[in-house]
Design a binder for this molecule. Sequence first.
Ligand code: NAP
Length: 272
Amino acid sequence: MTIDAKTELYGIIGNPVAHSLSPLMHNAAFAALGLNKAYLAFPVTDIAAALNGLKALGIRGASVTIPHKQAVISYLDTIDPVAEKIGAVNTLVVRDSALHGLNTDWIGANRALGKIVRLKGSHILLLGAGGSARAIGFGLLEAGAKVTVANRTSEKAAALAADLGCPWVPLEAASKIEGDALVNATSVGMAPHTDQIPFPAKALINFPVVMDIVYSPLETKLLAAARVARCTVIDGLEMLLYQGAAQFEIWTGMTAPLAVMRQTLFSLLPKP
Ligand code: NAP
């Protein structure tokens, strides 16, 4: 791809961002479709200055990551209604010096799970009550699913469940629940603690489908146990892929080249 005077620029703003997989994924997608666009990583501490910079330089869009996903909201001109409910924005569109914010994490999770499970009317056990669980929970409700939240810290489970208007249980009681799918949105099983599992292996038979959003490693202990229990498994690459594909589609108005994006992510993620 040649960068010239007409190249349209996108990027990710966060801190740190040096580890981000988004630049390689998005640049591969732009190249696959022959688009004169480029995507860079911007380590940002001063979010207000960075957003003014995006507008002043004519940068077309950006991903937003930790620690700016909440702080960015007060600088937006418009916000997508679901992103507003979640209270976090991971995608910016810059048009005519105005900033529009969206959240594609929930879209990514819904697309990943929705390929296997008919979300409307389904019952999903959601493990975790952090930032990802919050986005996924609101997204599942958007799709018409019924959600039960389970989390190690009961106060956080109760607070998220109150916001979602759904039931919750302490994590240790979650094995008594049955449903159409279990989604792990805790960080349990993530490297270096790959020997940990957030849910008892024996109780996985209560769920025909198990999705883990942890992507480092791709084959978590939870997913390995779910395969033994003959569940259909969805690994963390899928949500990562579809949240990026949704960003690509928002920015370009074109269908994302999923195969290229998946292959790029797969080549970057640690395997066992
Ligand atoms: P977060 O806001 O820090 O939340 C962490 C969650 O994990 C909390 O619910 C926490 O429970 C729980 N947890 C942590 N250690 C635990 C333990 N030892 N036992 C039981 N529960 C434990 O993190 P996040 O941003 O939501 O991210 C969660 C995971 O999702 C990370 O691994 C991240 O890499 C991954 N992720 C994947 C994608 C994707 O696209 N695939 C996107 C975003 C994030 P407490 O409330 O009790 O502390």
